[in-house]
Design a protein around this ligand. Structure first.
Ligand code: QAP
Ligand code: CO
Length: 168
């Protein structure tokens, strides 16, 4: 397995729209394994392929406390089940060190392919529902900082750009 490099805001490659997967191959399953390793190492609860500069519609999630419930979503599609919204303090491996409150629908149904290429559906609420919506946003080139005020977003951008300059 391999740990992959995570793109950080405001990298323009995070704005690409990912393409559907047409076949779930062994090569793709290796990529999924590498995504889990990268996410668990961080540690994080969700990672979209966009964040590792692979523009395919693949998401991995594990919101358990002991990294025991890996979930794979290939070509995920979200249906909002309930117009009720909830607020959550979101973070992102691509926006390290920053957390902001985001409001999203509380309950969703997700349809996707699993790591065997088989279709499945599940309903989610709580942290899992937040995470699925956050990760599918990545596949569409969207970040949680797009939901906050431009002032806050620009402050985060400046701080991360400065950190990137100091690293270079
Ligand atoms: C998305 O985010 C998410 O700033 C997944 O320094 C976040 O795993 C869904 C992380 C919150 C629901 C609620 C963030 C790690 C991990 C950081 C993550 C950091 C180190 C974020
Ligand atoms: Co994220």
């Amino acid at each position: 397995m391999a740990k992959l490099e995570i793109l950080e805001f405001p990298d323009p490659r995070l704005r690409e729209v990912a393409k559907p997967v047409d076949q779930v191959t062994d090569e793709l399953r290796t990529l999924v394994d590498d995504m889990f390793e990268t996410m668990y190492d961080a540690p994080g609860v969700g990672l979209a392929a966009t964040q590792i500069n692979v523009h395919k519609r693949i998401v991995v999630i594990d919101v358990s406390e002991d990294q025991s419930e890996p979930l794979v979503f290939i070509n995920p599609e979200i249906e909002v089940l309930d117009e009720e919204h909830h607020q959550y303090d979101e973070g992102c491996l691509s926006v390290p060190g920053f957390y902001e409150t985001v409001e999203r629908p509380r309950r969703v149904r997700v349809k996707a392919l699993d790591r065997g290429g088989e279709p499945f559906a599940m309903e989610a609420e709580g942290l899992l529902a937040v995470c699925i919506q956050h990760e599918v946003d990545h596949l569409n080139g969207k970040l949680f900082v797009d939901y906050i005020s431009p002032l806050k977003r620009n402050r985060i951008r400046s701080k991360l750009e400065k950190a990137h300059r100091q690293r270079a």
